[in-house]
Design a protein around this ligand. Sequence first.
Ligand code: SF4
Length: 351
Amino acid sequence: MTDPIREAILLTKTALEKNASARWIIGFSGGKDSTALLKVFAAAVQDAKTVPSRIDIIYCDTGVENPVLDDYVKGLFSRLGDEFKGQPTPFRLSLLRAPVKNRFFVKLIGRGYPPPTNSFRWCTKNLRIRPVAEFIKRAAVDDAIVALGMRKDESLQRDRTLARYGGGIWQNQNEGGRRYRMFLPILDLDVGDVWEAVFGLPFPESIDAAKLAQLYRGASGECPIVKAPQAAPCASGRFGCWTCTVVRKDRSSRSLIDAGHVTLSPYLAFRDWLASIRNDSWRRWPYRRNGTVGLGPFTLETRLEILRRLKDLEKQVGAVILPRAEQREIMRLWKLDSQATSRSVINAGEG
Ligand code: SF4
């Protein structure tokens, strides 16, 4: 075991002992960093004299997670549930989901939001950050601590932001009017340490390190679930949404397809098409929702086309991508927008 891993376990053990009455929450994406974090926690819990009565492990199910990786994480969650059952363990598992109105396709097809880019990245907040903030709020405790598998050498951008926030393993957060602390015990681990922790630390036993390594094949990075420090674009790494257009190319899906996960090909083709139509002015309202002139939401015709293509994709891959509740919300939003546009056409005619 390397020294940085031993140090991370010791830091976590001490933090747990000193903050045994706090509500501990581990942000888990299924990626290598959060897996290393979970293993460090499991080791620290075994060593600690006092541990909190409850440590939540949360996973944000965005509904558009890369299907291969989403299957892996949900399978892992189910095995972890079995492993923890009947054990005197503080770990509790929770899958978090954004409310229907904030889901990816409701925003894109229902409201006509253009696919996200770095300068209009509406998704991370709706799909990941808010559900986590809500979870913390519902926990209704004064002292919440969110542990994340963030590391210094992940990206230059993250290093700079970490430096701005003091760069330490403890950071203060304020989200949705609620203050909490972030704990980043693997901040100083490099990629080699991370894999050593994933393979070398024994618990939880249900983690299949070889399977995880096989899913990676050289990619890194995870989509952030807290507001700051901001991370690099998500699909530049491995675990993120299959719809992600924040990066120019979805290298994550591409390399998974090259590794044999050909079921992802239709998803990638849909994502590429979405990215390609984003800036077609004829597909967008000529004004924004706030009334200013400029590229606004997708037109209702384009939203209908996206919906049709999405239904075709569902048939192709044999999976439900758009749950009924989201479809219903999309129809409701279309109705509102078609009433609004016909009103503005009448007004324009009268003018
Ligand atoms: S992975 Fe991409 S699409 Fe998904 S929340 Fe992150 S930035 Fe948005």
